[in-house]
Design a protein around this ligand. Structure first.
Ligand SMILES: [Zn+2]
Length: 317
């Protein structure tokens, strides 16, 4: 599986931490469209499809671009509206972001939006209530739980395979974690972002093959701005800037290398590839009884329960 988080280079969390707020976004030059054009061309050249998790702000400002992605046959999914991490949202605010972004994206793309990825993979134990909100809002799958240790996100003990994630209130949703590699009894992130830019691409290839063998999730993720080494330098902390700009000039070549060697598809296609219409009906009926992405055919994906470590009150109105 292949995915792109569709946002501008100035909307990343490291920029927000350095004081680049929503009100300043309009003052930065937009650079998204040419990057997305190149990605669409690469995918077309290799007959691959991908899931595009689109930020609501971007959808509002780039309607034609989002329509082009959908018309090229790719899946449109939600990346929320504001790119605020879930820890900074109340359950009611999160629900509003989900519903607003879905309405906007469905209106633009003509597709039904069934998937979601949180900004900065910000569903953790602490924000596990978000799984309940996603399930009750009718989303079919989520791709926000990174089964690793990280300073900003991560649930290190989460399954690395596609699984049924259960929130503290019992809401269930199909969870599609990014690709990881297991070494020295630790899950290592290799599936995208700075890791993909840092590591030799052959390591990503090896991890992708191992994922198939060990039934780990094979989800890769990139951002269009990672194909843009000439983007303006943002006011960030030195380490954050290094992380943000690391290997930008090599991303496109790595993506091309992977596209030449692996077959990629979007999440919706994987669900549609279920072996029988009965299984598909179960999935679309929110019962999520089978998924062909990483489970033996016809078998149930494993289940993992997530609980928040801090009280979060009611789920809101
Ligand atoms: Zn993002």
């Amino acid at each position: 599986m292949l995915s792109f988080d569709v946002e501008e280079y100035f909307q990343v969390e490291a920029a927000a931490e350095a004081g680049v707020g929503h009100e300043q976004w309009k003052s930065f030059p937009k650079r998204l469209a040419p990057c997305v054009d190149r990605i669409l061309q690469l995918l077309a050249d290799h007959r691959a499809s991908a899931t595009f998790f689109v930020l609501g702000w971007v959808a509002r400002h780039e309607r034609i671009l989002i329509r082009q992605i959908a018309e090229a046959g790719h899946e449109i999914a939600s990346h929320g509206m504001s790119h605020r991490m879930i820890i900074h949202l109340t359950p009611a605010e999160f629900r509003r972001e989900l519903l607003d972004s879905r309405r906007l994206l469905e209106d633009i793309s003509g597709q039904s939006v069934i998937g979601y990825r949180a900004p900065t993979f910000s569903i953790t134990h602490q924000t596990a209530w978000a799984l309940d909100v996603l399930a009750e809002s009718g989303f079919l799958y989520d791709s926000s739980i990174f089964p690793i240790h990280h300073d900003r996100y991560g649930v290190p003990d989460a399954p690395t395979c596609v699984h049924r994630a259960v929130g503290p209130a019992g809401g269930t949703i199909l969870e599609i974690p990014p690709l990881t590699m297991r070494m020295m009894r630790i899950n290592w992130p290799v599936g995208g972002g700075g890791y993909l830019r840092l590591l030799p691409v052959r390591v990503i290839g090896r991890a992708s093959r191992a994922a198939k063998h060990y039934r780990r999730s094979s989800m890769l993720y990139l951002h269009p701005w990672e194909l843009d080494p000439d983007q303006p330098i943002l006011p960030m902390h030195r380490v954050a800037r290094w992380r943000h700009r690391l290997g930008l000039g090599r991303t496109e070549g790595k993506l091309r290398w992977l596209l030449m060697r692996f077959d990629f598809s979007d999440v919706r296609q994987c669900i549609n590839a279920l072996t029988s219409t009965a299984q598909q009906r179960h999935v679309y009926g929110q019962r999520i009884e089978a998924f062909d992405g990483s489970c033996p055919q016809g078998a149930l994906p494993p289940t993992a329960e997530y609980s928040q470590q801090e009280p979060y009150g009611s789920l809101g109105p």
